[in-house]
Design a protein around this ligand. Structure first.
Ligand code: MN
Length: 132
């Protein structure tokens, strides 16, 4: 039986999703996927993954709003949310944190850095609030 941490990837871009999936599976994680914000919230609620990687630009419900909904659910407390965005706009980092995200990664994704960031959040060493 696998004890691999389960990571939810909320990403609407198939190429980005494939890249992230490849990185995470190569690291031995189990990957859950959602292609829009509403589905991301639903899967987070049902599956309670160890970590959520949240694209900010998403259909149906954007990543910030999805993060707010997840943070508003006490059953999901302690699950770190890392925002992932192609738009490295000044202020996105603060918006993500204000929405309840614990960290922020910008695209294009750097494989080693991304894997290290994921590992750090799973260990709870990267976040101010950290996993419960
Ligand atoms: Mn997107």
């Amino acid at each position: 039986m696998s004890v691999a941490p389960r990571i939810l990837v909320v990403e609407d871009n198939p190429m980005n999703l494939e890249l992230v999936r490849d990185i995470l599976t190569a690291e031995g994680y189990e990957v859950l996927e959602a292609a829009d914000g509403a589905t991301g919230v639903a899967i987070a609620t049902l599956e309670r993954p160890a970590l959520i990687l949240m694209d900010l630009q998403l259909p149906r419900l954007d990543g910030l709003e999805a993060a707010r909904l997840i943070r508003a659910d006490p059953r999901l407390a302690g699950i770190p949310i890392v925002a992932v965005t192609a738009h490295a706009m000044k202020g996105d980092d603060e918006k993500a944190r204000a929405a309840g995200c614990d960290g922020f990664v910008t695209k294009p994704i750097q494989v080693r850095e991304f894997a290290a960031t994921v590992a750090a959040f799973l260990k709870g060493t990267k976040s101010g609030s950290g996993p419960a």
